[in-house]
Design a protein around this ligand. Structure first.
Ligand SMILES: NC(=O)c1ccc[n+]([C@@H]2O[C@H](COP(=O)([O-])OP(=O)(O)OC[C@H]3O[C@@H](n4cnc5c(N)ncnc54)[C@H](O)[C@@H]3O)[C@@H](O)[C@H]2O)c1
Length: 332
C-alpha cells in the first residue's frame, strides 16, 4: 500500500457501523472514504454526520479503497463482502463471520483466494479489561485456570432477526475463552436452552465447554430484563471478576496450598479473600480493534480467521444439540 493514509470505508451504517465510521473518521492515519447503505434514512444520518454516503457497496468500492469494515446484518455479510474481495480490499467483517459454518468457511477460502487480509470483529478481546486479564494470566497471577464462567444476558434486541442467541452473542465469550486460555481446541460437553419468547430460534442457552482442561460455562440469553456482561475466572492462585461494560477487573488472591496433617488444619489455612480492583486503562474496545486491524493491514499480526471459524462451529454445534433435544422433548 503506497498511500500514507489508509483509505477505508464502512459498509452498513447501522447500530455498529456508526461507531466504526465515527472512530475511523477521527483517526489521523485514515482517509475515511464514507459509508455504503441502501437505506435512505441511514445515508441521511451519515450525511448529517459529515460522511460521504453511497447507495451500494459497489459504488463505495469504486471510489478506491485499501480496506473496508463490513457491518451489515450477519446473513448479508457474504454478499456485501464479495465486491470488496473482488477489488482486493482488506476486510474487517463484524462477528459472527456468517450465519452458518458453510458460508463462513466459503468466506475464509474466498479471502485466501483473493489474497486479502481478513479479520473478524470479535471486539471483546480488545476490551481493555480483557486485555488486562490476559496479561494477568500470562504473569501466572491466577495459577492454573480451573473454571471460567461468562454471562451475557439482557433483553431481546429489536434488530437481530437472522441468528440465534449463541451465534449472535454466545460467540463473543467463546472467542474470549480462546483468547484467554490459548486452548487450541475447545470442546462442547453439553448445551441446554430453548425458546421462551421467540418461536423460530433459541433465545436462551447455556453451554458447558472444556478448554484444555479448564471447565467453562457460557450463559447467553435475550430474556433477562437487565443487561449483564460478566466473566469470572477461578485459578489455583485466585479469582478474577470482569465487568465487560464498565471495564472493571477485580482480583481476590487465594491462599497457598500448603500441605496439612489433618482436614481441620487444611481448612484453617483458608479464609475468604478480599476482592481488590486491578488497574485498567479504559478505552473504547472498538478503537483498539481498529488499531489492530489497521496495523495488521500494514503488515502486523492479525488474529487468525480460523479462530473465528472455530467459535462459530462451537456455537452452531451447541445450537444443534439444543434444538435436537428440544424437538425430541416436543415429540415425546
Ligand atoms: N462487535 C459487536 O459487539 C457487535 C455489536 C452489534 C452488532 N454486531 C454485528 O454487526 C453486524 C450489523 O449489526 P447491527 O446491529 O449494526 O445491524 P443494523 O441492522 O443496526 O445495521 C445494519 C445496516 O446495514 C444496512 N445494510 C443492509 N444491507 C446492506 C448492503 N447490502 N450494503 C450496505 N448496507 C446494508 C442496513 O440498512 C442497516 O443500516 C451484525 O453482523 C452484528 O452481529 C457486532
Amino acid at each position: 500500500m503506497k498511500r500514507a493514509k489508509m483509505r477505508i470505508g464502512v459498509v452498513g451504517y447501522g447500530a455498529i457501523g456508526r461507531h466504526h465510521a465515527r472512530n475511523l473518521a477521527q483517526r489521523p492515519d485514515v482517509d475515511f472514504a464514507g459509508i455504503a447503505d441502501p437505506s435512505p434514512a441511514a445515508r441521511e444520518a451519515a450525511t448529517a454526520a459529515g460522511f460521504r454516503a453511497f447507495a451500494s457497496v459497489e459504488a463505495l468500492a469504486a471510489s478506491g479503497l485499501d480496506a473496508a469494515v463490513v457491518a451489515v446484518p450477519t446473513s448479508l455479510h457474504e454478499r456485501a463482502a464479495e465486491p470488496l474481495f473482488e477489488s482486493g480490499c482488506a476486510l474487517l467483517i463484524e462477528k459472527p463471520l456468517a450465519q452458518s459454518m458453510t458460508v463462513a468457511k466459503r468466506m475464509v477460502r474466498r479471502a485466501e483466494h483473493a489474497g486479502v487480509p481478513l479479520m473478524v470483529g470479535y471486539v471483546e478481546r480488545y476490551n481493555p479489561a480483557v486485555e488486562a486479564l490476559r496479561d494477568f494470566i500470562a504473569g501466572d497471577r491466577l495459577g492454573e485456570l480451573v473454571n471460567i464462567s461468562a454471562r451475557r444476558v439482557g433483553a431481546l434486541p429489536p434488530r437481530v432477526k437472522d441468528a440465534d442467541v449463541l451465534v449472535d452473542i454466545g460467540v463473543h465469550d467463546i472467542d474470549v475463552v480462546a483468547f484467554l486460555t490459548g486452548a487450541r481446541r475447545i470442546h462442547l460437553v453439553a448445551a441446554r436452552g430453548g425458546m421462551a419468547l421467540l418461536d423460530d430460534r433459541l433465545d436462551h442457552a447455556t453451554m458447558l465447554l472444556d478448554a484444555a482442561g479448564c471447565v467453562v460455562t457460557i450463559e447467553a440469553n435475550w430474556i433477562t430484563p437487565v443487561k449483564v456482561r460478566e466473566l469470572t475466572l477461578t485459578g489455583t492462585k485466585g479469582y478474577c471478576r470482569v465487568d465487560y461494560m464498565t471495564q472493571d477487573v477485580w482480583f481476590a488472591p487465594g491462599r497457598s496450598f500448603a500441605p496439612a496433617a489433618t482436614y481441620e488444619a487444611l481448612v484453617a489455612q483458608y479464609a475468604e479473600g478480599t476482592l481488590m480492583q486491578l488497574p485498567v486503562v479504559k478505552r473504547e474496545p472498538l478503537a483498539r480493534e481498529l488499531d489492530v486491524f489497521i496495523k495488521g493491514v500494514r503488515g502486523g499480526p492479525l488474529p487468525d480467521p480460523h479462530i473465528a471459524l472455530a467459535s462459530l462451529r462451537l456455537a452452531e454445534e451447541a445450537s444443534r444439540a439444543i434444538m435436537a433435544n428440544f424437538s425430541a422433548e416436543r415429540s415425546a
